[in-house]
Design a protein around this ligand. Structure first.
Ligand code: PLP
Length: 437
C-alpha cells in the first residue's frame, strides 16, 4: 500500500505534479479501514473472478455455495431467461449504439415499459440502462428552492442524484420517521418537498418504515419516492415490493428499480404518473445521454418479469430459507440482525476480522460479501449473506456449517463492539456514502 504520511501542507511530498502543484492523481485507497485490512491480511474479497449459477459458483477452480449475489429469485441462469436473451440478441444485435431519444428505442423497450407499469399499477414507466441511472435521473426532478429528505442509509446512487439536483438536501436518521417529521415541520412549508428512501436496504436487508413515512409525507404534503431495487419482485403477495408488503401501494408517488436483482438481467426503470415519466424522458440526463438498455438484457428482463409473476413459489422459498438461516445462525451464537428478507447480515466487528472471516467462509466452501465502512458504520463490518430461491436445503446447511467452522477458526466473539461513525472511501457492493458524513 502507499505511504499515508503527508507533509505539513497535507500534500504528500513524494507526489507533486510536474508544475509543482498538488497532484490530482494523488488519491489513496488506504484511507479505507477495510482496504488496510486487505493489505494487512493478504485476503482479497473484492473483484474475484467467478462463474455463478443455480445457487453455486466456481471461484479459484472450486465449486462453492453462492451466498453473495442479489439474484434472489434465481432467475439469472434460468434456461427460459437465457433463451429470451439469446432470441433478442439474435434478432436485434448486441447493442442499440445510441440513446433512447435518437436511435436507441426498440419495440422491446416499449413492451418492457408497459409491462412494468401494468405490474406496479402506475400510469407509465421508463426503462433505462441501469438501476443506478434510474436513480440518477431523479436529479432532474429536484429543482432550485425545492427540498429533498433522504434516509441516512440510502443507496449511493440516490445520494448522488440528490447531490446532482439543485434542491436542498436534508438527511434524516435511518428509518426514523419521527426525525423526518421534525425536519419537515421545521422546513419551509411552501417549498415543494420529496422524501426519498430505499424500499429494502441493501446492506442490512431491513425495510423502510413505509406506514410511518407515508403518514409523515402526507401530513407535510411531501411526495414519496421509493427505490425498489431489492424489494420489487420479492416482497408482497404479488411481488410488487414494500408498497404491497405494507398494503400502501397507492401512497408511493414514484418508483425507481432495477432488473439486476429479482429480474435476472441488467437495466433499470422509473414508474409513476405519466406526466412525471414523460418529463423525465426528456429532461433526465442519465436517460438522455447514455446508450439504451441492450437487446439481450431486455429479452432477459421481459422473460424474468413473467416468471416472477407466474412462479410465486420463488418468493416464498427464498423468504422461508432466510427465516431458517437467521434462526440457525443465531442459534450458533452469531450476531444476526432481525429481518424478513434474504439479505442476512452477520455482524463481525472490525475490518481485519471481517476479511479473515470472509476467507475462512470461502475456505469452508461458501462465497459471501465482506462489507465495511462507509456502507456500514466503522467497526460494524458485516458478512452479508444473500439467499436465492434456487438454494437447496443442503446449500443452507452448508452455509450454517461453514459459519460455525469459520467463527471457530477466526475466534469470532459472540458479542461485537458497538459501531462507530464511518469515514473513508466506499467499500462493498451498493455502498452508501451518506453514513460517512
Ligand atoms: C438500493 C439500490 N438501488 C439501486 C441500485 C443500482 O442498481 P443497478 O445495479 O441496476 O445499477 C442498487 C444496486 O446495487 C441498489 O442496491
Amino acid at each position: 500500500m502507499v505511504d499515508v504520511a503527508r507533509d505539513g501542507a497535507g500534500v504528500p511530498a513524494a507526489r507533486r505534479s510536474p508544475g509543482g502543484r498538488a497532484d490530482v492523481f494523488d488519491k489513496r485507497l488506504d484511507a479505507s479501514a477495510m482496504l488496510r485490512a486487505v493489505a494487512e491480511t493478504g485476503v482479497s474479497p473484492f473483484y474475484r473472478p467467478m462463474r455463478a449459477g443455480g445457487g453455486e459458483a466456481r471461484v479459484d477452480g472450486r465449486s462453492v455455495v453462492m451466498a453473495g449475489c442479489n439474484d434472489y429469485l434465481g432467475l439469472a441462469h434460468d434456461p427460459r431467461v437465457i433463451a429470451a436473451a439469446t432470441g433478442a440478441l439474435e434478432r436485434y444485435g448486441a447493442s442499440c449504439s445510441g440513446a433512447r431519444t435518437l436511435n436507441g428505442t426498440l419495440p422491446l423497450h416499449g413492451e418492457l415499459e408497459s409491462r412494468i407499469a401494468a405490474f406496479l399499477g402506475t400510469e407509465d414507466a421508463a426503462v433505462v440502462t441501469t438501476g443506478l441511472q434510474a436513480n440518477l435521473a431523479l436529479a432532474a426532478l429536484f429543482g432550485p428552492g425545492e427540498l429533498v429528505f433522504s434516509d441516512a442509509a440510502n443507496h449511493a446512487s440516490l445520494i448522488d442524484a440528490i447531490r446532482l439536483g439543485a434542491a436542498r438536501r436534508t438527511v434524516y436518521r435511518h428509518g426514523d420517521a419521527a426525525h423526518l417529521d421534525g425536519l419537515l415541520a421545521a422546513a419551509d412549508p411552501h417549498a415543494a418537498a420529496a422524501v426519498v428512501t430505499d424500499g429494502m436496504f441493501s446492506m442490512d436487508g431491513d425495510l423502510c418504515p413505509l406506514p410511518a413515512l407515508t403518514a409523515v409525507a402526507r401530513r407535510h404534503g411531501a411526495r414519496l419516492v421509493v427505490d425498489g431495487a431489492h424489494d420489487i419482485g420479492l416482497l408482497g403477495e404479488g411481488g410488487r415490493g414494500v408498497g404491497e408488503h405494507f398494503g400502501l401501494r397507492e401512497e408511493i408517488g414514484l418508483y425507481t428499480g432495477t432488473f439486476s436483482k429479482c429480474f435476472g438481467s441488467t437495466g433499470g426503470f422509473l414508474a409513476g404518473p405519466a406526466e412525471v415519466i414523460g418529463y423525465l424522458r426528456y429532461s433526465a440526463r442519465a436517460v438522455l445521454f447514455s446508450a439504451s438498455m441492450p437487446p439481450a438484457a431486455l429479452g432477459a428482463a421481459l422473460a424474468a418479469l413473467d416468471l416472477a409473476q407466474q412462479e410465486p413459489w420463488r418468493r416464498d422459498r427464498v423468504l422461508r430459507l432466510a427465516a431458517r438461516l437467521r434462526s440457525e445462525l443465531r442459534a450458533s451464537g452469531l450476531d444476526v440482525r432481525d429481518g424478513v428478507t434474504p439479505v442476512v447480515p452477520v455482524r463481525v466487528g472490525d475490518d481485519a476480522r471481517c476479511v479473515r472471516m470472509w476467507q475462512a467462509l470461502l475456505d469452508e466452501g461458501v462465497y459471501t460479501n465482506a462489507v465495511g465502512a462507509p456502507a456500514v458504520p466503522e467497526g460494524g463490518c458485516l458478512i452479508r449473506v444473500t439467499l436465492q430461491a434456487t438454494h437447496t436445503d443442503a446449500h443452507l446447511e452448508r452455509i450454517v456449517d461453514a459459519f460455525a467452522a469459520a467463527a471457530r477458526r477466526t475466534g469470532l466473539p459472540r458479542e461485537t463492539p458497538p459501531p462507530r461513525p464511518a469515514k473513508g472511501p466506499a467499500v462493498g457492493a451498493g455502498a452508501s456514502a451518506e453514513r460517512a458524513r
